[in-house]
Design a protein around this ligand. Sequence first.
Ligand SMILES: [Zn+2]
Ligand SMILES: [Zn+2]
Length: 378
Amino acid sequence: MIIIRGRQSETGAAKLADQTYYITTFKKLPAEIRDRNTIIYRMKSLVCITPRQFEYRDIKIPSPEEGYSLIKISRIGICGTDLHAFEGTQPFFNYPRILGHELAAEYISGDAENFKKGERVTFIPYFHCGKCIACRTGKENCCTNIKVCGVHIDGGMAEYLIVPSYSLIHGQQLSLDELALVEPLAIGVHGIRRAEIISGEYVLVVGAGPIGLGTMEFAAIAGAKVIALDINDSRLQFCKEKLKVEHTVNALSEDVSKQLNEITNGDMPTVVIDATGNLNAINNSFRYMAHGARYVLIGLQKGEICISHPEFHKREATLKSSRNATRQDFEHVMNSMKNGHVDPTTYITHRVVFDDVKNEFESWLNPATGVIKAMVEL
Ligand SMILES: [Zn+2]
Ligand SMILES: [Zn+2]
């Protein structure tokens, strides 16, 4: 953060630490930012310029227009989407882009009703149009004009961010780490809602990354008997120890179907949920469905899914995608955190300050680092 002390005019240039910054007009910024004795008018941001290239850039603090609010970022959770964007494997993605959508923040200014300055907040990072067929039918999460913050528009890897006022959520005494984890858990909750789980049924969750872990926890809350499938034994161990998942299967073992058959007493899982976004895993999992099962795809990848029509048909299977999450899903997550039903802070394996993200980010692509969730502190 650049802080210029002393009396400055609101336009012109100021010199600090051998760098010249140009002060533009910032009348709309809150008093603390345009206060003449403590002028903060530039902020640090981290821009993903092209795949595998980050650059810290000093940019203007945006000012909130009508319908928008300014928040000061405190935590940024690093997500698969951010990693894929950095790698260059994220569908629907353009560069340069400021990543980051799993945020905990402080409310600074704007027209969000009942929000107070200094209040802890998080937000729903999927901005919707309110007019399209999806929005008109209560499915803002798959709005035809959706703008996902940090994906289609610049996100929260910066000191401040402007967000639509309607997207904000009160922090409700949750910690900053918990607030930054609401969004990834809401993704799992939405998948569970799409699956329409019936208490007591076997739910196979494929992929034990942060999204898969959240999905397993909320499947259990919905009454499911959860089976975790992943290729990484340490992650499966984590499922057993921290999440109390009873059944785990390594996807690399030769007899996955046989193991699932035994666990489910010959029925096979009546719900399969993909949280890998890996084409092979997605294609393989069609075989693990019980007759009459539902298959929900939370994970996303770029290729085309290939299925055996007769295998799918004989099961009278249902295939559903699950995109983003709704406010109802966010609320369910926050209530479950408050009630102590979930403690996703156990997912946090890596913690860095904002200045170190550029250097550390690449290492989080390597599974050998044991990363589940990396958390950035500001
Ligand atoms: Zn995310
Ligand atoms: Zn819409």
